[in-house]
Design a protein around this ligand. Sequence first.
Ligand code: SPV
Ligand code: MG
Length: 433
Amino acid sequence: MKKVYLAMTGDIIHHGHINIISEARKYGEVIVGLLTDEAIASYKRIPLLNYEERKKIVENIKGVSQVIPQKTLDYTENLEMIKPDYVIHGNDWREGIQKSIREKVIETLKKWDGELIEVEYTKGVSGSLLDEKIKKIGTTPEIRLKKLRRLIELKPFVRVIEASNGLTGLIAENTKIVKNGQVREFDAMWVSSLCDSTLKGKPDIELVDLTSRINTINEIMEVTTKPIILDGDTGGLKEHFVYNVRTLERLGVSAIIIEDKIGLKKNSLFGTEVEQIQDDPKNFADKINSGKKALVTDDFMIIARIESLILKAGIEDALKRAKIYIEAGADGIMIHSKEKSPQEIIDFCKEYKKLEVKVPLVAVPTTYNSITETELSELGVKIIIYANHLLRSAYPAMKKTAETILENGRSLEADKYCVSIKEILTLIPTEEI
Ligand code: SPV
Ligand code: MG
């Protein structure tokens, strides 16, 4: 019997899949290359069901003989192994991001005179269409909360951008580009204390209280589905922190990052220009440990932010603290720096890699932004946060517009800095009920 190879994700099964499987069956026995969770996460959202769950469904579809894992979007490894007589695919991959994958399949099949069969894809249904529909339904606190851990598990690194209100939340949720044949987007959102305070015209000194921070979070949650990491400043008093983490967990926030400072907190990017005191590591470890014990689930993450490099206490001190915080139950370590050069971060990461017990490492490359995501990822950084760039780019644009109106005594000259009225009116469409 001839062999027919069909690659699929099998996450949301629709009649288009059944059509292609029954078509494939006409040519021989159908072997499904089921994309692994990592392979799916590499080009779109993380799957709703994990590999084993999806396998159970797909191997029970009539006409499927066998299900094997396909570890990358590229078919080559599996094709070389199976040497199928046919590969079958919908004809919708001739253009767009799958075009190069298709070309490689054709090349590989040539080696043993295999053939690519392309069937008319089923109109009116597609995985991405259903994805959009699911997105519109929204999410639940539990699903959102758990998503961050899944992303850390499945992605080489998690890309995070600041969100400080509904609009920036939508930018974080919807901004996508296609690069090297793959869709690139942000995986999660950072609710920054600097941006949240600045947008309220307040300094970043823990003045904006948790009730107000939660209002911001709710505003973002209303219009997004991606996970949220909260900048929790110092976490406040341990006695308060234990209550606050439970509130955030209940809301569906995925993680809080707290920094090991005490007293009046100032923004880290001031460095030693202002007086800032680092907490005693045991004290801070106790705060983390108490927070962990107070949580209801194992999903919510408490990430310890080490300020040793900011306060010029050195890499040794930072590493010593990392060990103490990990032992206390920290689910991640954030190392921060305000140097222009990434060198001290690179040095820290190299030493951190040698630790016996590690947790995911977080970096915020604001000042040392010559380093790329790929370089940070190779150094072992798992979460990369772009902490304030939306606010920092919006502010000069708004200021320029205000000045231009003053300068001209009218707004005509400011038009070139503004989106059109038509665009702003339709930016947020009314939901069709
Ligand atoms: C923030 O975004 O508020 C942060 C990161 O804490 S930083 O501003 O670099 O300290
Ligand atoms: Mg902050």
